[in-house]
Design a protein around this ligand. Structure first.
Ligand code: C2E
Ligand code: CA
Ligand code: CA
Ligand code: CA
Length: 277
C-alpha cells in the first residue's frame, strides 16, 4: 500500500487504480487504527481579527501508524470517504472534540469547536441523533460546535444533504461552508442552505499580500458573506501583514500558521495560556 513520492508519504492515491487486495488491507489497517487508538485529535486556533482573541478551533485528524509513523489526513481521508469508513472516523472525531470542548468549558474557556464532515456523513440519516447524543453526554449546548462542509460534499446528493443540514441546524448546531471559492455552484447553495459561517479557502489568502487578484477575491468574498449575514473566516493566515489586510477588509476571524499550526489537544491548552496577539 505504501509508496514513496518525493519526500511525502502516500498511503492512497486515487489516481492509481489499485487492486482490491490493497484497498482491503488499507481498510483493515484503518479499522485496526481505531481499535488501537492510533488516531489523534489535533486542534488549530481561530482568532477574532479585531481583538486577537481566540474564539474557536478546528479539529483535524492525524494518524500515527505503528510502522509508517505520522500520516496526514490528505493521505487517508479520500480513501476513507470511498469506503464508508469515514463515518466511523467522523463519529470518533465528534466524540473526541466534544470531550475537549467540555474539558475547556470546565476550565472556564468557551471556544467553538469545528469538525469536518464529508459527503458520506451528509447522507447518513443517523448523524443528527448520534451527534445530539454526543452533545448531551458531554453537557454541551449545540451552538458550542460547528460542522464544516465543502461545496462538493453537498453537490453529491444536494437534496439529502440539505435535509441532514436542516436537521443539524434545527438542533442549534452551527454550519460552515469550507474551502469557499474552490467548488462550484457556490452561490446557489449559500442562498439555500442554513449556513452560519463562510471559510475562504487558503489558496486565496496565503498570497493575498503579493497578489492583487487574490486580494480582490478575498475582499469580495468577505462582502458577499456579510451581505448574506454570515460570519467570514479566512484560512491560511501566515503573516502579520495578511492579518492587517484581512482586518482592514472587515474579515471576522482567521486561522493559520501565523497563530499556530494544528496541535495535539494538551498542547493546544498550553498554547491558549500563552497566546498574545
Ligand atoms: P481543511 O478542512 O481545509 O483544513 C485546513 C487545512 O489547512 C489543515 O490541513 C491545516 O493544517 C491547513 N492550514 C491551516 N492553516 C494553514 C496555513 O496558514 N498555511 C498552510 N499552508 N496550511 C494551513 P490538514 O490538517 O493537513 O488537513 C487537510 C484536509 O484534510 C482538511 O482540509 C480536511 O479536508 C481533511 N481533514 C482533516 N481532518 C479531517 C477529519 O477529521 N474529517 C474529515 N472529513 N476531513 C478531515
Ligand atoms: Ca475544514
Ligand atoms: Ca478549508
Ligand atoms: Ca481542504
Amino acid at each position: 500500500v505504501a509508496k514513496r513520492r518525493g519526500s511525502g508519504f502516500t498511503v492512497y492515491d486515487p489516481s492509481i487504480d489499485k487492486s482490491s487486495q490493497e484497498s482491503l488491507s488499507l481498510l483493515s489497517e484503518l479499522r485496526r487504527a481505531l481499535d488501537r487508538n492510533e488516531f489523534l485529535l489535533y486542534a488549530q486556533p481561530k482568532v477574532e481579527l479585531a481583538t486577537g482573541k481566540v474564539v474557536g478551533a478546528e479539529a483535524l485528524v492525524r494518524w500515527v501508524h505503528p510502522e509508517k509513523g505520522f500520516i496526514g489526513p490528505d493521505n487517508f481521508i479520500p480513501f476513507a470517504e470511498t469506503t464508508g469508513f469515514i463515518r466511523m472516523l467522523t463519529s470518533w472525531m465528534l466524540n473526541r472534540t466534544a470531550i475537549l470542548c467540555a474539558e475547556l468549558q470546565k476550565k472556564g474557556i468557551t471556544l467553538k469547536f469545528s469538525v469536518n464532515l464529508s459527503t458520506r456523513d451528509l447522507l447518513d440519516q443517523d448523524l443528527p441523533t448520534h451527534f445530539a447524543d454526543i452533545l448531551t453526554r458531554n453537557q454541551l449546548s449545540p451552538s458550542s460546535m460547528c460542522l464544516e462542509i465543502t461545496e462538493s460534499a453537498i453537490m453529491d446528493d444536494p437534496i439529502r444533504a440539505q435535509l441532514t443540514l436542516e436537521r443539524l441546524h434545527g438542533m442549534g448546531v452551527e454550519l460552515a461552508i469550507d474551502d469557499f471559492g474552490t467548488g462550484y455552484s457556490s452561490l446557489a447553495y449559500l442562498k439555500r442552505l442554513p449556513v452560519d459561517e463562510l471559510k475562504i479557502d487558503k489558496s486565496f489568502v496565503m498570497n493575498m499580500e503579493h497578489d492583487a487578484d487574490d486580494a480582490k477575491i478575498v475582499k469580495s468574498t468577505i462582502d458577499l458573506g456579510h451581505n448574506l449575514g454570515l460570519r467570514v473566516v479566512a484560512e491560511g493566515l501566515e503573516t502579520l501583514a495578511v492579518w492587517h489586510l484581512l482586518k482592514q477588509m472587515g474579515c471576522d476571524q482567521a486561522q493559520g500558521y501565523y497563530m499556530s499550526k494544528p496541535m495535539p489537544g494538551d498542547r493546544f491548552i498550553e498554547w491558549l495560556e500563552q497566546w498574545k496577539a
